[in-house]
Design a protein around this ligand. Structure first.
Ligand SMILES: Nc1ncnc2c1ncn2[C@@H]1O[C@H](COP(=O)(O)OP(=O)(O)OP(=O)(O)O)[C@@H](O)[C@H]1O
Ligand SMILES: [Mg+2]
Length: 262
């Protein structure tokens, strides 16, 4: 379903700031795999997701989604079949537009511009049902501009938008990092439900090791642009936070990682 093969990405090549963000990294996800991604700051997690989404062209290697080689496809084209949620709640939604308009646009992703703006009968009720499921008090605010909502409300809406039209791959980069613990738990629970209902192939970056263990059927740990551990569903079941910390400590950046992840 998702096949990342030997990708490397170096920023500022040939300068004193040269940084190898991805180092010959390979990863294959099966259809419906929900893989959590952990690793210290600067490990290359976001660069991996950004490369899959097409924000960066890797220096070498290939990326296939559903059998299509998308390595050189523009980010814009890929957006038709990739759903994304960013760490920053301000990204992913259009602040000046209403909740309902955002959902409409997302549901018409990839269709002609002319059709994208037309509400159909039933849309309103459909969107109302969708947002009421979030349990964030949005059901009577469909005509509110997104810019007036809280970060948690925006982030939950971004998740709905990213999955309203079933994406072939769902990429979540610390989707709940900016949210309070209660809202974060709500958003993660709904994420988990949607991923299972739609059988979505999903990568989710998190700094919360509890969440990394709790969600998904696979867990990878990154360091220095590489995957340094890859746990299957069965291995993950018996894994503890302590096991993960020990694994981190085997790596050079252990001290800072302990601070970031502990
Ligand atoms: N657009 C960019 N230009 C230059 N350097 C970049 C860029 N994006 C990432 N880097 C560098 O690549 C390395 C990997 O960054 P990346 O954002 O992928 O890390 P990360 O694992 O997501 O970290 P964090 O947990 O802090 O979000 C870092 O050293 C970073 O400074
Ligand atoms: Mg990141």
């Amino acid at each position: 379903m998702l096949n990342v093969s030997h990708i490397s990405k170096t920023f500022f090549k040939g300068t004193i700031n040269e940084k190898k963000a991805l180092n010959d990294l390979s990863l294959t996800l099966n259809d419906g795999d929900f893989c959590t991604v952990i690793g210290g700051n600067g490990a290359g997690k976001s660069t991996l997701l950004n490369s899959i989404a097409g924000a960066y062209l890797p220096d070498s290697g290939t990326i296939e989604i559903n059998g299509k080689d998308v390595t050189k496809m523009s980010e814009y084209k890929r957006a038709k079949f990739i759903g994304r949620v960013f760490q920053d709640p301000l990204k992913g939604t259009a602040a000046g537009m209403q909740v309902e308009e955002n959902l409409l646009l997302a549901s018409r992703r990839g269709e002609s511009r002319r059709l994208r703006w037309a509400f159909s009968a039933g849309d309103h009720d459909k969107y109302k049902a969708m947002v009421s499921r979030l349990d964030l008090g949005l059901e009577d605010r469909l005509s509110t501009r997104i810019g007036l909502l809280s970060g948690g409300q925006r982030q939950a809406l971004t998740l709905l938008m990213a999955t309203i039209k079933r994406p072939e791959v769902l990429l979540l980069d610390e989707p709940t990092a900016a949210l309070d613990p209660k809202t974060a738990a709500k958003v993660l629970k709904i994420t988990d439900e949607i991923v299972h209902e739609q059988h979505l192939t999903t990568l989710m970056i998190t700094h919360n090791m509890k969440d990394a263990l709790k969600y998904g059927n696979r867990l990878i740990m990154m360091n220095n642009g590489r995957i340094i551990a890859d746990y299957s569903e069965d291995e993950k079941k018996n894994l503890t936070i302590d096991d993960l910390l020990k694994k981190f400590e085997e790596t050079a950046d252990a001290v800072s990682d302990r601070i970031v992840l502990g």
